[in-house]
Design a protein around this ligand. Structure first.
Ligand code: DLL
Length: 435
């Protein structure tokens, strides 16, 4: 028998779940229409009043919200609660210079902790577990999101955050960590470091790994389970919608991620036409938040590609399952857990004197760590300068990218006109990672 955190809600029969969704949807539409000029404008333009929505099918008549809309509303214009009710602010990568900002009311933070506690229980975690939380703490939602859920559940959480792997291994060993939370690629990097340090994962107490925030595969799952000697499960979330804990794979079924439908309504659309797709069809995930107060989002286009599975799950939860994410419908990259848009790198490059707007990003994975090489053309004048000048320019660009985006890269300056031009869409990214 599976354990639940909110048994009544997690196992709600579909009809009751949908009735709850409709009630909450109508409520959130009223709220955003009254408080957010963007939504009032978008609904007016579509000729729909909140009171016109009478069934979940009517959701399809509402306009989408995109990352661009969030950018245009930077920083707070999409907030539906007054600033003095916002108790936390997080942010994630925007498509160019400015991040996407999200605000939480006290109730939002409570709901997030509850949903994250539910997510942990779904993964087989319980009170008494020691959770080694190596997701980053800060503006990124991973660290604090998992942390608050672990405390809400009553498990012991170690707020180790990312980095300093040798120390992480020592703490895992000495503190008896039973659950590991981090990106899947970082877990494999830990395995390599452990080998070098002579630590055998089989002697550790780790039982469960909760991995997400970047794409991975079933092949990677097998490798992680073998090397770290634990059960590896997939967790999905995004800052715009809440953070980690939007959807979680259950330990019983280990086949798809239950998205918490009492708080979020998922739809799958064709990314080109915007038409809704049926069960099992792969397309872009669109999410409507139905309980959030700080920044509720209506039909938010996540850009993540997946499908929905309504079949009954062995765990007894009735919430629909998302298939493992298989890519994105935009060009966002996730490099060492950091979301990066090529356009962000471009906007850094164009600000630097002597650098041409022709560049190529080459991503690889070496010893389980992502690497990023930025090849960029410089003008004739710079290229004929001394090596020292070129080197210092390259270091300066590397530093700018690190300061603005938080990712480490190596910059290779190349001669003018050496990066291949294209007549159509230019190819700016070569991703050699094999997940
Ligand atoms: O990555 C939140 C999170 C933290 C999720 C910890 C899971 C664990 P963002 O930084 O806003 O938030 O990035 C969200 O990451 O749209 C996906 O493209 C990708 N992503 C997140 N989880 C998965 C996953 C956090 N399990 C973006 N598989 C999302 C594939 C994932 N991609």
């Amino acid at each position: 028998m599976a354990s639940y955190f909110h048994e009544e809600f997690e196992t709600l029969p579909r009809q009751a779940l949908e009735a709850l969704q409709l009630k909450r949807l109508c409520d959130v539409l009223q709220r955003v229409y009254a408080a957010v000029p963007f939504y009032r404008g978008a609904l007016d333009k579509a000729g729909i009043k909140p009171s016109d929505v009478k069934s979940l099918q009517d959701l399809q008549r509402l306009p989408f919200t995109t990352k661009q809309d969030m950018r245009d509303s930077y920083p707070y214009a999409l907030f539906a609660a007054p600033m003095d009710e916002i108790v936390r602010i997080h942010a994630s990568s925007g498509t160019t210079g400015k991040p996407t900002v999200v605000g939480y009311t006290r109730k939002d933070i409570e709901n997030w902790a509850e949903l994250m506690a539910r997510t942990l229980v779904t993964a087989g975690v319980h009170k008494g577990d020691i959770i080694h939380n190596a997701y980053g703490y800060g503006l990124f939602t991973g660290g604090l999101g998992v942390h608050n859920g672990a405390e809400r559940l009553g498990a012991s959480v170690i707020p180790i955050s990312g980095g300093n792997t040798v120390r992480q291994l020592m703490i895992m060993q000495d503190f008896g960590s039973s659950v590991l939370t981090c990106t899947p690629s970082y877990s494999l990097f830990m395995a390599e470091e452990a080998k070098a340090a002579g630590i055998d994962f089989r002697t550790l107490k780790l039982r469960i790994g909760i991995f997400g925030a970047e794409p991975w595969s079933d092949a990677m799952r097998s490798e992680i389970e073998e090397k770290l000697d634990l059960t590896a499960l997939d967790i999905y979330g995004l800052s715009e919608i809440m953070g980690p804990g939007v959807a979680m794979e259950c330990i019983e079924g280990k086949n798809g991620l239950h998205i918490w439908e009492d708080h979020f309504i998922p739809e799958i659309i064709d990314p080109d036409t915007g038409e809704r797709l049926g069960e099992g069809e792969r397309g872009e995930l669109v999410i409507t938040t139905i309980t959030k107060q700080g920044i509720p989002l209506i039909r938010y286009r996540t850009r993540d590609i997946t499908s929905l599975n309504y079949e009954q799950c062995v765990c007894g939860r009735t919430h629909v399952r998302l298939a493992r994410m298989s890519g994105r419908s935009d060009d966002m990259l996730i490099i060492r857990g950091v979301n990066v848009f090529p356009s962000q790198i471009e906007s850094i490059l164009v600000r630097i004197e002597g650098v041409e707007p022709h560049y190529l990003l080459i991503i690889d994975r070496r010893e389980n760590l992502d690497t990023l090489e930025v090849q960029v053309e410089v003008d004739e004048r710079i290229f004929s300068d001394e090596i020292k000048v070129l080197q210092s320019l390259a270091r300066r660009i590397e530093k700018e990218i690190k300061d603005v985006l938080g990712v480490t890269c190596t910059v290779k300056l190349v001669e003018p006109k050496t990066i291949q031009r294209s007549e159509g869409k230019s190819k700016r990214v070569i991703d050699n990672r094999k997940l």
